[in-house]
Write a protein that binds this ligand. Structure first.
Ligand SMILES: Nc1ncnc2c1ncn2[C@@H]1O[C@H](COP(=O)(O)OP(=O)(O)OP(=O)(O)O)[C@@H](O)[C@H]1O
Ligand SMILES: [Mg+2]
Length: 246
C-alpha cells in the first residue's frame, strides 16, 4: 500500500470526452511504487480509456498525470512543473513527468511506462526471442550510434547486443519459453503469447507496467463494481494530493 507513502503515478481529475460522450469523468487515484494495482469496472466504464491516456495514446481532455521516477515528488515539485511550459524536470531524488504533455513514444522511452494490450499484439511473424529484442530497440540504437557503430561491429554495440540477448534469455527462463525461443510468436498457444507480451513489456525496463486483463468481457468485473466509473481497488476514500504524503 505504498500509494500513500511513495506514489509512483498520481492521476488527478482525469476526464476524457469523445464528442458528447464522457468516457472518463474526473477520475483521481494514486499508484504506489512497487504495488500491484488493479483498475476495475463494468464494460464500457472507461478502463481502456484510462490506460490510453496514461500511455499517451489519447490526450486527456482534462487532468494531470504526474509520474515520479526514482523518488518522491512534493506538491511544490508538481505545481512548479505544471506552471512551467516543460514536460519534465529533475527534482531532488529523480525525474518528474507530466504524461498528459508527452507524446506516446516519450512516455515509453523516457518515463518508462510499458503496457500490454487487451488483445495480444505481438509481432506474430518474428521469433519469440526477436520479440524481446525489439523491445530493447532504444538502448540498442543508442549503442549502435544510430546504426554506424553497429555496422562497424564496434565493441560498445557488441556489448549492448549481448546485454539485450542476456536480458531476453532471463525473461524467457522466467516465463518458461526458452525452448520456444526460435519459434514464430504467432505459433505459441494463447497463454504463452500473453506471457511473452508481458515479458516484452518488462524488457523495456519500465517503472509502471500496465498489463491488461486476458481479454473478453469478464463477469467478475461486472460483479465487482456495477454502474460506476472505473476505480482502483481497494478504493480510496478521497483523493490525496502528492504533498499530503510528502
Ligand atoms: N476512440 C473512441 N471514440 C469514441 N468513443 C470511445 C472511444 N474509445 C472509447 N470510447 C467510449 O468510451 C467508453 C469507455 O470505453 P472503454 O473502452 O474505455 O471501456 P472499458 O472499461 O475498457 O470497457 P471493456 O470492459 O469493455 O473493455 C465507451 O462508451 C466507449 O464506447
Ligand atoms: Mg477495455
Amino acid at each position: 500500500m505504498r500509494w500513500r507513502t511513495d506514489p509512483l503515478l498520481v492521476v488527478e481529475h482525469l476526464t476524457m470526452r469523445f464528442g458528447g460522450l464522457v468516457a472518463v469523468n474526473d477520475l483521481s487515484f494514486d499508484v504506489g511504487r512497487g504495488d500491484i494495482t488493479a483498475l476495475i469496472g463494468p464494460n464500457g466504464a472507461g478502463k481502456t480509456t484510462v490506460f490510453n491516456c496514461i500511455t499517451g495514446f489519447y490526450k486527456p481532455t482534462e487532468g494531470r498525470l504526474a509520474l515520479a521516477r526514482e523518488g518522491r515528488a512534493t506538491r511544490e515539485d508538481v505545481a512548479a512543473l505544471t506552471q512551467s511550459p516543460t514536460r519534465n524536470k529533475r527534482f531532488a531524488e529523480g525525474d518528474l513527468y507530466l504524461l498528459e504533455r508527452m507524446p506516446d513514444f516519450e512516455i515509453s522511452w523516457k518515463a518508462r511506462v510499458a503496457r500490454t494490450f487487451q488483445n495480444i499484439r505481438l509481432f506474430q511473424g518474428m521469433t519469440v526471442l526477436e520479440n524481446l529484442l525489439v523491445a530493447q530497440h532504444n538502448p540498442l540504437m543508442a549503442a549502435s550510434g544510430m546504426t554506424v557503430l553497429g555496422l562497424l561491429g564496434a565493441a560498445t554495440y557488441r556489448n549492448a547486443e549481448k546485454a539485450a540477448i542476456d536480458k531476453a534469455k532471463a525473461w524467457l527462463e522466467k516465463i518458461d519459453l526458452m525452448d520456444r525461443a526460435d519459434d514464430p510468436a504467432g505459433e505459441l498457444p494463447y497463454g504463452a503469447q500473453r506471457r511473452l507480451e508481458i515479458a516484452r513489456a518488462m524488457c523495456t525496463d519500465p517503472d509502471p507496467a500496465l498489463p491488461r486483463r486476458a481479454g473478453g468481457r469478464s463477469q467478475p468485473e461486472r460483479v465487482a463494481r456495477p454502474k460506476q466509473s472505473p476505480a482502483l481497488h481497494p478504493r480510496r476514500p478521497r483523493h490525496v494530493g502528492p504533498a499530503d504524503r510528502a
